[in-house]
Design a protein. Structure first.
Length: 184
């Protein structure tokens, strides 16, 4: 259910774009993100800080898109979000000496410190690359191609990256020791 809630605005943006174009889709994305945040706040009682940031970015860049009638603003939104997430991880690692990936996943996984550091740097690199790739697609191709990339390419690359992370982490996970048979 959480996955559905997380992808609610992007799915509605995609559908609205295909039906009505970029400007109505942008308005739909703003409203859908507001509905998402309201649902999380009132139904589940909590909204993650990154979700608040996402709301701020969609309102800012989506609002600029609608006010200026310039689709370039909305095309920057994913890159800004990627770079903000990567920047938070980078600042945590370099300045604060904290690994936010470990803080996020550490309760579920036990990994050696170098593995956590590698995962954190991998996410920083991934977010940096995705921000650049988003802008490259936005400015090298038409808007329809960019929207398709945002919906399928971006999500597909994220899925592949997460699967790669799982394979990497799998090297460090210890199997449970088999239970010894009980002696009568």
């Amino acid at each position: 259910m959480k996955l559905l809630i997380d992808f609610f605005p992007i799915v509605l943006f995609f559908a609205a774009f295909k039906l009505w174009g970029i400007y109505p889709a942008t308005a739909v994305a703003i409203v859908a993100t507001m509905v998402q945040i309201a649902y999380l706040r009132f139904k589940l009682g909590k909204v993650e800080p990154m979700q608040w940031v996402s709301l701020g970015v969609i309102v800012l860049f989506g609002g600029a898109t609608l006010l200026a009638q310039d689709e370039n603003f909305i095309k920057w939104k994913p890159s800004v979000l990627y770079w903000l997430m990567g920047g938070v991880l980078l600042i945590g690692q370099v300045l604060l000496k904290k690994n936010f990936i470990q803080k996020l996943m550490g309760a579920q996984l036990q990994l050696p410190e170098p593995a956590w550091r590698t995962l954190n740097w991998a996410w920083i690199g991934f977010f940096t690359a995705m921000g650049g790739l988003n802008l490259w697609v936005a400015y090298q191709f038409d808007t329809d191609t960019w929207v398709n990339f945002k919906m399928f390419g971006g999500l597909g690359l994220m899925l592949l990256f997460v699967l790669g992370q799982a394979l990497y982490m799998g090297r460090y996970l210890q199997e449970s020791a088999p239970e010894s048979p009980r002696q009568p």
